[in-house]
Design a protein around this ligand. Sequence first.
Ligand code: IPM
Ligand code: MG
Length: 366
Amino acid sequence: MEFSITVLPGDGIGPEVVAEAVKVMDAVGRRFGHDFGTSFGRVGGNAIDEFGTPLPEETLAMCRKTDGILFGAVGGPKWDDPRAKTRPEDGILAIRKGLGLFANLRPVKVFPELINSSPIKPALLEGVDMIVVRELTGGLYFAKPKKRWETSRGRRGVDTLRYTEQEIARIVRVGFELARGRRKLLTSVDKANVLETGRLWREVAKEVAEDYPDVELEHILVDNAAMQIIRRPAHFDVIVAENTFGDILTDEASVLAGSMGMLPSASLAGLSSGKGGRRRRVVSLYEPIHGSAPDIAGQGIANPIGTILSVSMMLRLSLGLDEEADAVEKAVEGVLAEGYRTPDIASDGGNVVKTAEMGEVIAGRV
Ligand code: IPM
Ligand code: MG
C-alpha cells in the first residue's frame, strides 16, 4: 500500500531520533511492500529562525493532508528568553490544538532486558504495563486568561485551569474504551479535594462509567498517583488525567521504563477503528514523550527507541498495519535482548552504541 507521512524533526535531538525512526519505517516498507512517502516540514525554534513563527502555515497545511505525522521534539536555550513573543513549544501546541488531537496515549511498558536500567527495585517492575491517557487540548495549556502583566505592586501572571464536561467526558471515554480491551481497570486522576475542575472531573468520570459496567473505575488524587506509580506500578492498567497532570506523571512513569528515551506517544482526535480500508480519515500525530534535550544534541548519543516505537503506534493506529507494528516492536525487543544500548539505558553495561547504529540494528531486524 501507499502512504504519505509528514515528518517534523524539530530541534535539538529531534532530527537525530527522527532520522532513525524513518530508517525503521523504510525497512518496514521494504519487508512488507509498502511505500511510505515522506514530506519533511519545519516546526519549532528552527522555524522561528527562518520564518518568524514556530508553526508556518505550510507546515500545518502538510499536517492536514497526510496519513500520519511523525514528530521529533522542539525547544532549546537559544529560544528560551522569557520575554519572547513566541516559543518553539507553541509550534507543537498549535498543531495539537489545530488538529483537535485531544487524546494523548502514552504506553509505559518495561522491557525485561531493561529492568536493571531503572532505579526502581526490580521486584516492583515485574508486570508493569500501563497506558496513560493524557488530555491534550485543554486545561492550563490553553484556557484563557493566560498572560503576564505589571501592576504598581509588582508583576502578575495567570494561567487558567478550565474544563467543560464535554472535554472531560470524551477523554474519559477514551480511557474506558482502552481499558475494555485490556485489564479493565481505569484509574482517573484528579485533585478533587482542592480544585473545582477536579470535582467536575470526578463527577463526569462517574457518569461516563455507567456506559462501561464491565470496567472498574477508581479515582485517585494526583499527588497520591505520583507516589503510587512508583510504589506499586504494576497495579495500573489505564490511567486518565488532565493535560498538566498527564505531562508530569508520564515523565515520572518513564523512570520505570529505564529512560525518558524509551516512551512513545500517539495524539489522536478520537479512537477510530484503525482497521485497513475502513479507517476514518482523522490525522494523528506520533512523537516520543521526551523533549529536545539540548544538553546532548549533536553528539549522536540520543536514544531513538521512543521515536521508533512511535512509528509502531502510527502503523497500528493510523495505518491499520498491525503485523508491521508487531515487527517493529519485536525488532526493538530483539535488539535490546542482544545487548545493544544507548548511553541512557547502559547502566548495566551492554554494547553501547550511538543513535544511528541503534536505528540501523533495529531497522536491520525488521
Ligand atoms: C510533552 C512535552 C510538551 C508538553 C512540551 C514540549 C510543550 O513536555 O509532550 O510532554 O508539555 O506537552
Ligand atoms: Mg512533557
